[in-house]
Structures are given as structure tokens and as C-alpha cells.
Design a protein around this ligand. Structure first.
Ligand SMILES: [Zn+2]
Length: 506
């Protein structure tokens, strides 16, 4: 019996489909020749743990097969070792083997030798690229830049030894990785809402990050993190369209590696919503979510965001800022008394059932007025204080930013060099990069501290705020509030405003 084997990894849209592969194979046979098809959809060729392939091997061993046809050699396996063993097995059972694209006759010794050579070069090419990825990672990753803070949900940190020393990386956390995959499926395939997923997990008592309850922002943060994704060319394009910088070439994205997305520190980023100017690096670990599913989720999230912003901004300019003081979940206004006014409720209590705060958190208009008055007061003090030390700051700030740009340039040049150079040189370059990055971090901190550029912007915004406030619409007020305030914690009888820029009130 003739066997046709076809395989396609899920995450490559440009690769040739299973049906086409089968069609091409059938053309090798005289019309009407009986054959059995073994299609593996969504499996990589890096190992032979594929259901249909295993079935094929069983049939080979049972002597049912005398010929195997495949579209290309790499459909069978991408590993030379596996491949060599397979060719041996095929020979032992008198199975001949050919592909539609490569002309080899495995019935002859020279044909088998040619096969092995071709496969060896293919594997060598893949490994070279992977080493380059690792080097790139290594040059910057060692300083904990990517692995700073806790491991992303679904992963844990581990360390492996390489020729270049120890390499820190992520691996799936057996306790949580199933939940991680489930989240992506529920959102990207079952089209559940963020809230719905959170509710379901809470009702099942699924372990949540930080051990607390699930809510929509936890779910969305997990969905946004590309550490779980399997890199692909499409993934690269998705992020490129969002103004991301890369430390790897697009060609390196073909191997399903997880990604690190990291931004400027202190950048007031909210849940990855604005990623422009951030950097994406391929990680040394394998992703667990197919790129296609990951991107489907991103697109759904992107859509949500727009709807969200439009909807909420019509009710209050405090949107996104007010939180329940008890559980720190978002506080949300709901209309009361037939729409005559709004009361503010804790979403932790209303939507997720995880907060026991009593009643509501106050009337919206009362809270709005109170916050407005605090903003006025803040602006007044701010202007007075600023005029005193503005001049000194500007000069120093310019000096620091120049030095930082120089460092940035040097670091990037060194990393490029390291990727191209041999082991000893690249180790030396790594050290150099570490030094420079240390200095750069110091400067960045200093600069953030001064924040003169931001001060400039704030000063402009809050000038005459008391006279202009009433003429602003909800969006305008929200912009000012977001510029000044990190969040507002609401309690029954008072509120705590956390300002973004604190100064000594004297
Ligand atoms: Zn609450």
C-alpha cells in the first residue's frame, strides 16, 4: 500500500496547506492507485510525537506499507537524527520513500547519503539561527532586564547551563500552564468575555495570580503578554504595526519562541494598551499558545478597547482612575433614582463577587467635585513651586539625556557585534554591555526623577485650570486628571488621591 504523509504547523499561514500537499503527492501516482493518507495538522517537525505519524510508523512496522510519499522531506522530520533513524526503519521494512520536491531515491546508498547531507544542512541552518537568538537574548537578558519581577502567569523561572555560562529562562509552570492555555481558548475560540472568564474561574476556585480573585484586568493582562505566544512572522507584523522595536530579525520569528515585551521603566503604562516605543525580544523558551490564537485574542482585545473608551467617557471623566478603597478593583458609576444621578459601586463586589464593601462608594457628582477641587489646589501649589527651580533643572536634564542617547547607541552597536562574533569576543562584549546598561539605568532613574519634560507639559496644562475647567468636555477633563493622578481610592467617607507627581508641599 502507498502511504501519503502530510504535515502543517498551525502558525504559518504562508506554508502550503495539507490538502495541497496531498494533491501534489497523489500526482506522483498513476490514476486510481489506492493509497492511505496520514495528515498531521498543527504539529511541528521538531520531533516525531505526532498522532498520524505514529500511526504511519505502526503500519510500516506491521508491513502494510511499501512506499511513502510526502510533499517535502521536512514534512517527515526536521531533525537529522530522527530522520536517519526513520530512513533505517523504512529500509528495514522494505519501504521506499520519496518527496515531490526533492529527487532522491532512498533505494540506493548514494540517494540515502544525499538525503542525510541535505537534512544536515537544513538542521544546521536552524540551529545557527537559534544560537543567534540566544546570543541576542544573552547579551541583554542576563541583567534580568527581561526576567525582572515575577515570572508571567503560566510560567516559572529556571536556569540552564550553556557553553556561555548559565542562562535564565522561563519554562511552563505545571500548576498554572493549563489555566493559561484555557484563558486563550476561552477568549479566542469560545468568544467568552473577559468578565465571563473571570467569573467562571472564581466559581471554579481556579488559582489566580497573587492568589486573589480573578477579574477582567487580570485576564486581559495575561492575554496581552506575548511570553506565552509562539513567535511567527504574523506576530512580528502585528507588533511592528504598533510601533514596537525589535532585537531580532523577522526570520528568527519562525520558531515558535516566546517573546519578551518590555517598555521604559516608570512609563506610566496601563496594561500594555500603548506599546509604541517598547521593545520585543525573542525569548529562549518555547511559546505555548499558537500565534494564530494569540493574535486572534489581541485583535479582540484591541476592539474592546475602542468600544470601552467610547462608552465610558460619556459618563464621567473619572473613568479609569477611581478604585474601591477596600479591594482596589475599578469603581464604576451606575445610574440611580431613574437616571437622575449616579452612584459609584465597587466592580469587585458587583461583577466578581470578591469584595465585601458595604453599599455604594458615594455619589458620582459629589466625588467629581471633590476631585476637581483637589486638582485646583494641586495646580496652584505646583505652579508656585515650579517657578523656583525650573531654570537649574533644564540644563542638567539636557546633559543627562545626551549621555543617555550616546549610551543607547553604544549598547545597540555592541549587541549587533556580539550577534556576529565568536564566543570569546561576544563574552567580552556582553560584559561591556552590562557595564553600559548599568550606567544607563542610573541615568534613567535620575532623569525620571527630574522629569523636567513632563513638568513642562504639566505646567502648560494646569495653567489657569480654574478658569478653563468648566469649558472642558469629559474627554478633556479625563486627560488632565490622568496626567496628574495615578488613581483615586474611594472609601465610604473619604478618598485618597495618589498623584503621579508628588512634591514637597512644605
Ligand atoms: Zn471593593
Amino acid at each position: 500500500m502507498v502511504a501519503i504523509y502530510a504535515r502543517q504547523s498551525i502558525d504559518k499561514k504562508d506554508s502550503i496547506s495539507i490538502d495541497t500537499q496531498i494533491e501534489l503527492c497523489k500526482r506522483q501516482l498513476p490514476d486510481g492507485t489506492p493509497c492511505v493518507v496520514y495528515p498531521d495538522k498543527g504539529y511541528s517537525g521538531s520531533n516525531i510525537n505526532r498522532p498520524e505519524f505514529q500511526r504511519l510508523l505502526e503500519d510500516v512496522k506491521a508491513g502494510k506499507i511499501d512506499r511513502i510519499i510526502t510533499y517535502r522531506l521536512d514534512r517527515i522530520s526536521r531533525s537529522v537524527l530522527d530522520f536517519a533513524n526513520l530512513v533505517d526503519l523504512f529500509n528495514k521494512h522494505g519501504v521506499s520513500f520519496n518527496s515531490t520536491q526533492e529527487q532522491f531515491d532512498t533505494g540506493t546508498p548514494i540517494g540515502r547519503a544525499m538525503l542525510t547531507i541535505v537534512m544536515t544542512f537544513a538542521q544546521l541552518e536552524r540551529e545557527t539561527i537559534q544560537i543567534r537568538i540566544r546570543d541576542n537574548y544573552y547579551a541583554r537578558g542576563e541583567k534580568g532586564m527581561y526576567l525582572g519581577g515575577p515570572a508571567p502567569f503560566g510560567f516559572r523561572k529556571t536556569e540552564i547551563r550553556t557553553e556561555q555560562g548559565r542562562l535564565k529562562l522561563l519554562e511552563p509552570n505545571p500548576d498554572t500552564v493549563e489555566t493559561l492555555v484555557r484563558i486563550f481558548r476561552m477568549y479566542g475560540e469560545d468568544m467568552m468575555s473577559l468578565c465571563g472568564i473571570a467569573k467562571q474561574f472564581n466559581s471554579e476556585s481556579v488559582w489566580a495570580p497573587k492568589g486573589n480573585h480573578w477579574d477582567s484586568s487580570k485576564v486581559s493582562r495575561i492575554l496581552r503578554n506575548p511570553a506565552a505566544a509562539q513567535s511567527s512572522a504574523e506576530l512580528y507584523h502585528y507588533y511592528r504595526n504598533r510601533g514596537i522595536r525589535f532585537t531580532n530579525d523577522i526570520a528568527d520569528f519562525a520558531f515558535g519562541k516566546g517573546c519578551y515585551l518590555y517598555g521604559k521603566r516608570n512609563s506610566n503604562q496601563r496594561k500594555y494598551t500603548d506599546v509604541s516605543g517598547h521593545t520585543l525580544s525573542l525569548a529562549p523558551h518555547d511559546g505555548v499558545i499558537p500565534a494564530e490564537l494569540f493574535l486572534k485574542c489581541q485583535e479582540r482585545l484591541d476592539g474592546n478597547q475602542q468600544i470601552d473608551n467610547r462608552k465610558r467617557s460619556q459618563i464621567t471623566w473619572l473613568t479609569g482612575l477611581i478604585k474601591c478603597g477596600k479591594c482596589e478593583h475599578a469603581a464604576i458609576p451606575k445610574s440611580s433614582n431613574f437616571g437622575r444621578y449616579h452612584n459609584i459601586y465597587c466592580s469587585g463586589k458587583v461583577s466578581y463577587n470578591c469584595c465585601d464593601v458595604e453599599g455604594n462608594l458615594g455619589r458620582l457628582d459629589t466625588v467629581e467635585n471633590a476631585v476637581r477641587d483637589r486638582i485646583f489646589l494641586w495646580a496652584e501649589r505646583y505652579s508656585a513651586l515650579r517657578s523656583e527651580n525650573a531654570a537649574v533643572n533644564t540644563q542638567e536634564r539636557n546633559r543627562l539625556s545626551c549621555r543617555m542617547e550616546e549610551l543607547d547607541d553604544s549598547i545597540h552597536r555592541l549587541i549587533d557585534m556580539a550577534a556576529e562574533s565568536g564566543e570569546i569576543t561576544s563574552r567580552y562584549l556582553d560584559e561591556k554591555v552590562s557595564q553600559l546598561e548599568k550606567e544607563r539605568c542610573g541615568l534613567e532613574e535620575e532623569l525620571n526623577h527630574m522629569q523636567e519634560g513632563r513638568q513642562e507639559a504639566i505646567a502648560k496644562e494646569v495653567q489657569d485650570i480654574e478658569t478653563t475647567w468648566d469649558s472642558l468636555d469629559i474627554v478633556g477633563k479625563n486627560r488632565i486628571a490622568e496626567l496628574l493622578i495615578s488613581r483615586i481610592l474611594l472609601f465610604h467617607d473619604h478618598m485618597d488621591i495618589e498623584w503621579k507627581y508628588r512634591f514637597d508641599l512644605g
